[in-house]
Design a binder for this molecule. Structure first.
Ligand SMILES: NC(=O)c1ccc[n+]([C@@H]2O[C@H](COP(=O)([O-])OP(=O)(O)OC[C@H]3O[C@@H](n4cnc5c(N)ncnc54)[C@H](O)[C@@H]3O)[C@@H](O)[C@H]2O)c1
Length: 449
């Protein structure tokens, strides 16, 4: 096999002269671009959102949890540039795709972003390029839909390049966990699997510039499936513990105390925590990529479906608990004033994608409650996939807390003053066990849900 193209790229990577184009500068793409840049490679960031490009030019970070230091370093560097001009993909020796993989209306995978990216790459494909897909997806996408899109556009241009010889394609899933303090993009171990061995070699060499710990797998399909396994594992375990919550609450047993007790076992147990439902771009969505693909092979993904059903029912359960608590003090939900604490889907971030808070608010409105929310990280709502609430965050003051018939803790942000909530709220429905340290003296004013 003629490995000239691979050898050339290898040399460019060794000498830090391989230009890396990162398509999609969101939660995954931006920190990855910064890690590879910090590792010495020149980086060209590409995004269709011109406001992001402008922020990056000013050195401002639109992803608050990552901080302005990251973007200041990038904007001051002569090895980083951000652009919306996809014609410049031809300049890149390496192209990494970090685009969304959402679900369609009928819960089917929406690969349109991945396919569009493949087509854009195909339009300027040239010998010596390495292309890595990072978006979460079902096994077979990189070798199937993604590669086909690249080849389709290249063929239209009359370009005849061979994958594995002239250019190289790999899959490397992202395991980013925004807001987590213990790990960063560079310290989270990364899986790398190419469409062939040369692609894996080159992708390993490239990622090693910015990521400390790489794990080579035998194929792109193994890496694709491993990412789904990780997220399905979480979805199923969260559903299991949510089911335990329903049962134990009926039995008058505190599920959080049960989890704390079980966690003392040094092997064979791993704690998962119940909550108001799933949120974020990954766990509520990714499992259904496998569900869809499994049908092609005549399989029904029963664990995934059941987990989805249980987790999806959680916001309604929270409202039922709230309704019962209001009822016990002689108040109907209709006409009650309720304050929802937390709009983000998890603590200490401003990410509201798929947040169960939206569902809780909509269900309360349907039942005739007047609803406000407070979130120090989300000043106002923006339209999301299924909701356009048009609300502004209210300040969490003692006066405000007293105004509401009930407060529902949906997201356990550290910034909330739980002692003040315990002192001033008329009724607290706590879906996260966030009030545990302040429960004494609250009596029936505190309801876990
Ligand atoms: N957010 C996470 O924590 C996380 C973790 C692991 C894996 N993932 C996966 O990574 C992938 C990307 O997710 P994300 O959270 O970074 O998404 P995101 O929405 O934060 O970022 C996507 C970016 O792509 C841009 N974009 C959209 N269409 C484009 C196009 N045609 N060309 C160029 N740019 C375009 C958007 O403006 C946005 O900046 C998804 O498959 C997701 O499942 C995300």
């Amino acid at each position: 096999m003629d490995l000239t193209a691979a050898a050339n790229l290898n040399t460019k990577l060794e000498t830090n002269t391989a230009l890396v184009g990162v398509i999609g500068l969101g939660y995954v793409g931006l920190p990855l671009a910064a890690s590879l840049h910090n590792g010495g490679l020149p980086v060209l960031g590409l995004d269709v959102d011109s406001s992001k490009i402008e922020s990056l030019k000013r050195g401002e970070n639109y992803l608050k949890h990552l901080g302005d230091d990251m973007t200041r370093t990038l904007s001051a560097s002569d090895r980083f540039e951000a652009t919306a001009d996809f014609g410049r993909l031809a300049e890149a020796d390496v192209i990494i795709v970090c685009l969304p993989t959402p679900l369609g209306k009928h819960h089917e995978p929406d690969l349109s972003y991945v396919v569009i990216a493949g087509e854009e790459i195909g339009k300027t494909l040239r010998s010596g390029q390495l292309i890595a897909l990072e978006s979460t997806t079902y096994p077979g996408t990189t070798r199937g839909e993604f590669l086909e899109a690249i080849e389709r556009e290249a063929t239209k241009r009359g370009v005849s390049l061979e994958c594995g010889k002239d250019y190289f394609v790999a899959y490397s899933p992202e395991r980013e966990d925004p807001g987590r303090q213990s790990h960063t993009t560079s310290t989270i171990p990364k899986l790398v699997g190419g469409l062939d061995d040369t692609a894996t070699d080159l992708a390993m060499q490239m990622y090693a510039k910015g990521i400390e710990n790489l794990h080579r797998v035998d194929s792109a399909e193994i890496a694709e499936a491993a990412k789904l396994l990780e997220n399905i594992f979480r979805a199923v375990n969260i559903a299991m513990v949510n089911e335990m919550k329903l049962i134990l609450t009926r039995m008058g047993i505190d599920v959080w105390k049960v989890i704390e007790a079980a966690s003392t076992k040094p092997f064979g147990f791993m704690p998962f925590y119940p909550g108001p439902g799933l949120g974020g771009h990954c766990i509520p969505i990714d499992p259904f990529y496998l569900t869809w693909k499994a049908r092609e092979f005549g399989h029904v993904t029963r664990f995934i479906e059941l987990a989805g059903e249980i987790n999806h029912a959680m916001p309604a359960y929270v409202i039922d608990r709230l309704a019962a608590a209001l009822n016990s003090v002689g108040k109907p939900v209709h006409g009650s004033k309720v304050l929802v604490l937390g709009l983000a889907y998890k603590p200490d971030v401003d990410d509201t994608r798929e947040s169960p808070s939206f569902e809780v608010i909509e269900l309360l409105r349907e039942r005739g409650a007047t609803v406000d929310y407070s979130d120090p990280h989300v000043a106002k709502t923006v339209p999301v996939r299924k909701h356009d609430l048009q609300m502004h965050s209210v300040e969490l003051t003692p006066q405000n807390l007293k105004k509401y018939d009930a407060v529902v803790v949906v997201t356990n942000h550290k910034a909330f003053d739980y002692a003040a909530i315990a002192q001033h709220a008329n009724l607290v429905v706590d879906t996260r066990n966030a009030m545990a340290a302040h429960a004494d003296g609250m009596g029936a004013r505190l309801v876990k849900a």
